[in-house]
Design a protein around this ligand. Structure first.
Ligand code: PMP
Length: 424
């Protein structure tokens, strides 16, 4: 169903990559509109990416032709919907190279996937005094669930530091590991600095100490190849909506041994084999972790978003994003009073910045009037912002559809903002 096929670049929009950026942009109807009379420049894909036609069409098609509740019906439509739902599971399995489809659990998103692990693992495998290591860059989705477990179980939370450029400090992390370290839960890519963390080393060091590892892949899954078997990671989490897919669907990958051992997160229909007054027998994995009616149409449609990414090729996607990100960094650096936050060695297409003398919310509001959509705030990373003595930052993030023209518009809008605030 994907409407995109990769072709050689025509260079018309200064892409320079091996794909046709014009064709890609045509695949995203939402981009073809104006805001306040200006062409929309969408630079907030780290919050949520826009959807290609294939995904939009697939959800409509599903409701018109394929929709019924899954796993329960014995009639054709339900069987077909069940098959489509399971096809997505098989697709995700291949996409992240899990060894079995049953290691893929559908959730509402990254947040729910991390809460699942914190709850199911935290309440059974952790006891008072056990340690969890997070990093200074974590999104609240990978902090608050552990704080909840701390309140319930009495665990300790340690924070691995980063340097002033936003690089993860592996040797400092290593020093934090102790005989009480049970789980290391780290972002694979920061949603503020763009830092891609050295996950292979983190996993190696954690495993050597007998700890398990959860990676928050919400940002990384769009910016790097994810191979869970090669990484040997215990838990990997991501959201469909940042991967050009629908909202309401996310993934928890977990090694089979954990899914079989841990208790379910929530209880209800579809996750049981038998319910007696005195005893519950859980359904086998993956159903054990998918209680109630799941976001059926969204999961079915999520298949199309992975196909969309595959049709472009992750290599092309990364190459394009790096090119646009580097162009943006170079141009932003040249604007007086703009400060880019962090300069990590390995970076995804996320750029946090400040403009001296202008509050980030004012920057975002003024840019919006020029049709440029960026984000401002703490980006659910208050621990990081506090450490940097910042209450908020502005953030531009790059998606597959962004061009150098978009960056030129961003910089022009920032110049306009500087004029309004009479900055030198
Ligand atoms: N982790 C990171 C690094 C994120 O960027 C986000 C989304 N901003 C999340 C977790 C939470 O994802 P979701 O809201 O889709 O659950």
């Amino acid at each position: 169903m994907s409407t995109f096929t990769a072709v050689k670049n025509e260079g018309s929009l200064k892409s320079g990559c091996e794909f046709n950026i014009r064709q890609i942009r045509e695949d995203f109807p939402i981009l073809n509109q104006s805001c306040y009379g200006k062409s929309l420049v969408f630079l907030d894909s780290a919050a949520s990416a826009q959807k290609p036609k294939s995904v939009i069409n697939a959800i409509k098609y599903c409701y018109e032709h394929e929709y019924a509740n899954i796993h329960r019906g014995v009639y054709l439509l339900s069987e077909r919907a069940t098959q489509m739902y399971e096809n997505t599971r098989a697709k995700v399995k291949d996409f992240i190279n899990a060894s079995e489809a049953s290691e893929v659990i559908f959730t509402k998103g990254t947040t729910e996937a991390i809460n699942l692990v914190a709850s199911s693992y935290g309440e059974t495998a952790l006891s008072a005094g056990d340690e969890v290591i997070l990093s200074r860059m974590e999104h609240h989705a990978n902090i608050v669930p552990w704080q909840l477990i701390k309140e319930r179980v009495g665990i300790e939370i340690k924070i691995a530091p980063i340097d002033k450029n936003g690089n993860f400090l592996l040797h400092e992390f290593e020093k934090l590991i102790s005989s009480r370290t049970r789980i290391v839960a780290i972002t694979h890519a920061s949603n503020v600095l763009g830092t891609i963390t050295p996950v292979s080393d983190i996993i190696r060091l954690a495993h050597a100490a007998g700890a398990v590892v959860l990676l928050d892949g919400a940002q990384a899954v769009v910016h790097s190849e994810v191979n869970v078997q090669k990484l040997d990671v215990d838990f990997y989490t991501f959201s469909g909506h940042k991967l050009y897919g629908p909202t309401g669907v996310g993934v928890l990958y977990a090694k089979k041994k954990w899914l079989e051992k841990l208790p379910p997160y929530i209880g209800g229909g579809a996750m049981i084999s038998e319910v007696k007054k005195e005893k519950i027998i859980y359904a086998p994995i993956p159903e054990k972790y998918e209680a109630g009616t799941m976001p059926t149409a969204e999961v079915i449609t999520f298949n199309e978003s992975i196909k969309f990414v595959e049709s472009i090729g992750m290599d092309n996607l990364i190459k394009h994003e790096n090119e646009i990100t580097n162009y943006a960094l170079e141009k932003l650096k040249k604007i007086n009073s703009v400060k880019i936050i962090g300069n990590p060695k390995n970076k995804a297409g996320v750029i946090a910045f400040t403009v001296k003398g202008v509050h980030p919310h004012d920057i975002a509001t003024i840019l919006d009037e020029d049709g440029v959509a960026i984000r401002a705030g703490h980006h659910c990373c208050q621990i990081f912002h506090k450490k940097m003595n910042l209450s908020a930052t502005a953030r531009a993030s790059i998606g597959v559809y962004n061009t150098k023209d978009d960056i030129d518009m961003l910089c022009k809008a920032i110049e306009n903002c500087r004029k309004i605030f009479d900055l030198k």
